[in-house]
Design a protein around this ligand. Structure first.
Ligand SMILES: CC(C)[C@H](C(=O)O)[C@@H](O)C(=O)O
Ligand code: SF4
Length: 773
C-alpha cells in the first residue's frame, strides 16, 4: 500500500512533480511546459517542422517570442520594417522568418519596434510571463535565469522547441538535486555575479552536470530578484540543467503589477501566493550534492582563461600550469594562456583591456546599469579603450535608465548607449571583438572566439567592468574613488518596468497587417500524423573514429556563432570546429587539426577523452554540424546536458565511457586510424576485428527510438488524452497560468497584444499610473 506520509521533497521535486503528465516505468517522463520563450536563432527549423507535419502551436497563450541575438543595437529612430533595418542578409532572414512565423502561428511577439523587445531572458520576468512554480523552456541555454522565481527553467534544442510548440510538453527524466548554500553578508565590491563566478570556480563547469541546483542561504535571501537572476542565469556555466531559488516576499513584490502575473490583490493573486509559498525544500529533504560557500571568501572576481571556471580574485595573478594537479586542467591552462595572450604570474590588475561590454542576459537589468553608472559617474573612459558599450537588456530597461539619467552619465563618460539585444555577448550582430582584442565583459561565456574570432574575454560584474573602463585595465572597483558629482538628469520618472505603449502596438499591428508569405503560411491544420518527421534508424555503426583529447569542448567551438544564422538544419558540415579547422579569416585548412588529416576526413565517430563534451550553448547546430560532416556517434567521459539531449533528437548516439582502460583502448584504435564498431542493440563497442572494447549504457526509451527511428513528437501526440487531462487539472488548480494577461483580455487566440493608452503629461512624459490590462 502506498504510504500516506509524503517523503520530504526539494523545491525542484515539488515543481517537477506538479508537471508530470505521464511517467513510464523506465523513468521517462512527459513534463508539461507552462511557459515557452522563442527567439529567432533556434526557432526557424522548429516552425518548419510544424509546417511540414501540418501541426499547429498547441498553446499560443503560453508562448512569447522576440528577436534578440541577431539584431543591430544601433539607433532605431529610422526603423520602418525589420527587413529594411537589418543590413546583414542572414540575420535579416532569421528575424523576418520569425516575423512570418509569429503571424502564421498567431503568437505574441515583441519585435524591433516594440519597447518591450529585449533579450528573451530579460523580457520574460519583466512581463510577469515567468512565474513561480512554472516550467519554463526556451531554445536557449540561459533559460536557467528564470529559476530565480522558483520556476523550473531550462534550455532546450530546436527539436525540443518543435516538440513544445506542438505538444506543450518535453520528454525528460528526473535530475539530481544539488544545493549550493551561500551564507554571510556581501563584502564591499562583491555582487551576485561574483558569487556565481566564485561558485563555478569552486565546483567547475561540470560541477552541476545532471543536476538542478537550488541556491539558498542568507546571502541569496538578501539578494534582489535581479541579482538572483544573474546567479541562476549562470547555473548553465556550472553545467547544471537548471538553477532555482525558492520564491519569497522579494519574489512576490517583484511580480506584483506585472502584466502577465495575476492581478494584484485579486482572489487569483492570493491563491497564487498561497501556492507559491509552498515552493520551498522541506527541512529534511535530501540533496545528492551539497556545497557550502561563505561570502567572506568571495572577492570581486574575474576570469583569466577560456572557461567560466577559470576565475580568480582581482587581487590575484594569472595562474600557470603548475598551479594545477589534474592533467586535463594543466593542458587546458596552457591552451588558455596561449589563446588569451597571457603569461603566468602577471598581476590581473596589470592586464590592459581594449573594449568594455556591459550587457547580456546576465547583467543588463536596471540594477546592473545603476551600479555601473555609480562607478563611472563624473569620470572618463581611459584613453587606451577602443570602445565601451552599454547595451540595456530590453527596451523597457533602456527607457527606465534614460528616465533616471543613466544614459547621460554613461555617454558623458565616453560609453556608447545602445539599443537592447544580445550584442557583444556572442556577436551574432555587428558588435564583435577583432582578433586579439581584450574585453572586460559582464556576459557569461569566455569561450574561444565567443565575442569575435580571436577575441579575448574576461568575465566580471557590472561594477568591475565599469572600473575596467575607467582604468583601462582589469581593475579592483574597491580602489576607485567615489563619484565626484551627483546624477544630474532629466526629472526622474519611475516607469513601471512593464508599461506598454502605443508605439509598441503600432509595430505589432504593422506586422500583422503585412501580407503573409504564401509559401510560409501553414496549410489548414490537419490531424497530427505520427509517422511524419521520422528519423533515420541507428543500429550498428562501423567507421573511422577521430580522436580528440580536449576537456570542456563547448558548442561555440563545435560551431561558432556566425554559422547559427541559417534557417535550415543541413549544410553545416563545413562549419564544424571552424576556428580549429581553418586559418583565421580564410578557407585554408590547418594541417594539424584531426579532421583535416587522413583517414579522419571520413570519420563517422568522434572519440574525446576529455570530459564535458558539448558544454555551453543549446545550439542544436552543433549536432547538425557533426551529422552533416558524417559523424553520428560521439564517445566521451561526460557531456553538457543539452548537447547530449540534442544528439538523440537527431538520430545520433552519444556514448558515455568513463576515463580508464576502456576509453584508452577505444582512443588507441582511433589514434591508429582504425575503424571501430558501435553496436546499439547489443550495447557494445568493438575494434575492427570484432574484439570487444567496451560495453555501454543507454536509456531504454532512447535506444528504442533510435533503433526504430521514432520521432518524439509523433509518440507524444499519442498521449493527447493525458495532456488534455493534465491541462484540465492545471486550469482548476493554477488558473492564472492559462494565458492570463494578453489572451484573457482578448478572449481568444491568436494572442494579439493590444495597446493600453498610457497616461502622459502634456510634455509627453509617461506618468506613473496603475495600468489596467
Ligand atoms: C543561440 C543560442 C542557442 C545560444 C544558447 O543556447 O546559449 C546563445 O544564447 C548563447 O548564449 O550562446
Ligand atoms: S547568453 Fe548572451 S547570447 Fe545567449 S541569450 Fe544571453 S545575452 Fe543572448
Amino acid at each position: 500500500m502506498p504510504s500516506a506520509v509524503k517523503p520530504p521533497q526539494t523545491l525542484y521535486d515539488k515543481v517537477f512533480a506538479d508537471h508530470i503528465v505521464e511517467e513510464k516505468d523506465d523513468g521517462t517522463i512527459l513534463l508539461y511546459i507552462d511557459r515557452h520563450l522563442v527567439h529567432e536563432v533556434t526557432s526557424p527549423q522548429a516552425f518548419e517542422g510544424l509546417r511540414n507535419a501540418s501541426r499547429k502551436v498547441r498553446r499560443p497563450d503560453c508562448t512569447l517570442a522576440t528577436v534578440d541575438h541577431n539584431i543591430p543595437t544601433t539607433s532605431r529612430k529610422n526603423l520602418t520594417t525589420t527587413a529594411k533595418f537589418i543590413e546583414e542578409a542572414e540575420s535579416r532572414t532569421q528575424c523576418t522568418t520569425l516575423e512570418d512565423n509569429v503571424k502564421a502561428f498567431g503568437l505574441t511577439y515583441f519585435g524591433l519596434g516594440d519597447k518591450r523587445q529585449g533579450i528573451v531572458h530579460i523580457i520574460g520576468p519583466e512581463q510577469g510571463f515567468t512565474l513561480p512554480g512554472t516550467t519554463v523552456v526556451c531554445g536557449d541555454s540561459h533559460t536557467s535565469t528564470h529559476g530565480a522565481f522558483g520556476a523550473l527553467a531550462f534550455g532546450i534544442g530546436t527539436s525540443e522547441v518543435e516538440h513544445v510548440l506542438a505538444t506543450q510538453t518535453v520528454i525528460t527524466r528526473r535530475s539530481k538535486n544539488m544545493r549550493v548554500q551561500v551564507d554571510g553578508d556581501l563584502p564591499a565590491g562583491v555582487s551576485s555575479k561574483d558569487i556565481i563566478l566564485h561558485v563555478i570556480g569552486v565546483i567547475g563547469t561540470a560541477g552541476g552536470t545532471g543536476a538542478v541546483i537550488e541556491f539558498c542561504g542568507s546571502a541569496i535571501r538578501g539578494l534582489s530578484m535581479e541579482a538572483r537572476m544573474s546567479i541562476c542565469n549562470m547555473s548553465i556555466e556550472a553545467g547544471a540543467r537548471a538553477g532555482m531559488i525558492s520564491p519569497d516576499e522579494t519574489t512576490f513584490n517583484y511580480l506584483k503589477g506585472r502584466p502577465l502575473a495575476p492581478k494584484p490583490d485579486s482572489a487569483e493573486w492570493k491563491k497564487a501566493v498561497a501556492y507559491w509559498s509552498t515552493l520551498n525544500s522541506d527541512a529534511d529533504a535530501k540533496f545528492d550534492i551539497d556545497v557550502f560557500i561563505n561570502t567572506k571568501d568571495i572577492a570581486p572576481t574575474v576570469s583569466w582563461g577560456t572557461s567560466p571556471q577559470d576565475v580568480i580574485p582581482i587581487t590575484g595573478a594569472v595562474p600557470g600550469p603548475d598551479d594545477f594537479q589534474d592533467e586535463d586542467k594543466r593542458k587546458a591552462c596552457i591552451r588558455a594562456l596561449e589563446y588569451m595572450g597571457l603569461t603566468a604570474g602577471t598581476p590581473m590588475q596589470e592586464i590592459e583591456v581594449d573594449k568594455v561590454f556591459i550587457g547580456s542576459c546576465t547583467n543588463a537589468r536596471i540594477e546592473d546599469l545603476r551600479a555601473a553608472a555609480k562607478v563611472v559617474e563624473g569620470k572618463k573612459v581611459a584613453p587606451n579603450l577602443k570602445r565601451a558599450m552599454i547595451v540595456p537588456g530590453s527596451g523597457l530597461v533602456k527607457r527606465q535608465a534614460e528616465s533616471e539619467g543613466l544614459d547621460k552619465i554613461f555617454t558623458e563618460a565616453g560609453f556608447e548607449w545602445r539599443e537592447a539585444g544580445c550584442s557583444m555577448c556572442l556577436g551574432m550582430n555587428p558588435d564583435i571583438l577583432s582578433p586579439g582584442e581584450r574585453c572586460a565583459s559582464t556576459s557569461n561565456r569566455n569561450f574561444e572566439g565567443r565575442q569575435g574570432a580571436g577575441g579575448r574575454t574576461h568575465l566580471m560584474s557590472p561594477v568591475m567592468a565599469a572600473a575596467a573602463a575607467i582604468v583601462g585595465k582589469l581593475a579592483d572597483v574597491r580602489k576607485l574613488a567615489p563619484p565626484t558629482t551627483t546624477a544630474k538628469s532629466s526629472p526622474k520618472i519611475e516607469l513601471n518596468a512593464h508599461v506598454a505603449d502605443l508605439e509598441s502596438d503600432d509595430d505589432l499591428d504593422r506586422l500583422l497587417d503585412e501580407p503573409a508569405d504564401p509559401q510560409s503560411t501553414p496549410s489548414p491544420f490537419a490531424a497530427p500524423d505520427a509517422s511524419k518527421g521520422a528519423m533515420a534508424s541507428f543500429t550498428i555503426l562501423r567507421g573511422i573514429a577521430a580522436p580528440m583529447d580536449i576537456a570542456n569542448i563547448d558548442t561555440d567551438a563545435i560551431i561558432p556563432k556566425q554559422f547559427l544564422k541559417t534557417i535550415k538544419r543541413s549544410g553545416l558540415g563545413s562549419a564544424l570546429f571552424h576556428a580549429w579547422r581553418y586559418e583565421a579569416g580564410t578557407d585554408n585548412e590547418k594541417p594539424d587539426f584531426v579532421l583535416n588529416k587522413e583517414p579522419y576526413r571520413k570519420s563517422k565517430i568522434l572519440v574525446c577523452t576529455g570530459p564535458n563534451f558539448g558544454c555551453g550553448s543549446s545550439r542544436e547546430h552543433a549536432p547538425w554540424a557533426l551529422l552533416d560532416f558524417g559523424i553520428t556517434c560521439v564517445i566521451a567521459p561526460s557531456y553538457g546536458d543539452i548537447f547530449f539531449n540534442n544528439t538523440f533528437k537527431n538520430g545520433m548516439l552519444p556514448l558515455v565511457i568513463p576515463p580508464g582502460a576502456e576509453l584508452d583502448a577505444i582512443a588507441a584504435e582511433a589514434k591508429a586510424g582504425k575503424e571501430i564498431e558501435v553496436d546499439l542493440p547489443s550495447q557494445t563497442i568493438r575494434d575492427a576485428n570484432g574484439k570487444e572494447l567496451a560495453k555501454f549504457e543507454v536509456e531504454e526509451f532512447r535506444k528504442h527510438c533510435l533503433i526504430n527511428g521514432f520521432d518524439d513528437i509523433g509518440l507524444t501526440m499519442a498521449s493527447e488524452e493525458k495532456i488534455l487531462k493534465f491541462e484540465g487539472k492545471r486550469t482548476r488548480e493554477w488558473p492564472w497560468l492559462d494565458g492570463s494577461g494578453y489572451l484573457a483580455k482578448h478572449g481568444r487566440g491568436p494572442v494579439k497584444v493590444e495597446a493600453v493608452p498610457v497616461p502622459k503629461t502634456n510634455r509627453g512624459e509617461v506618468l506613473k499610473e496603475p495600468l489596467e490590462w
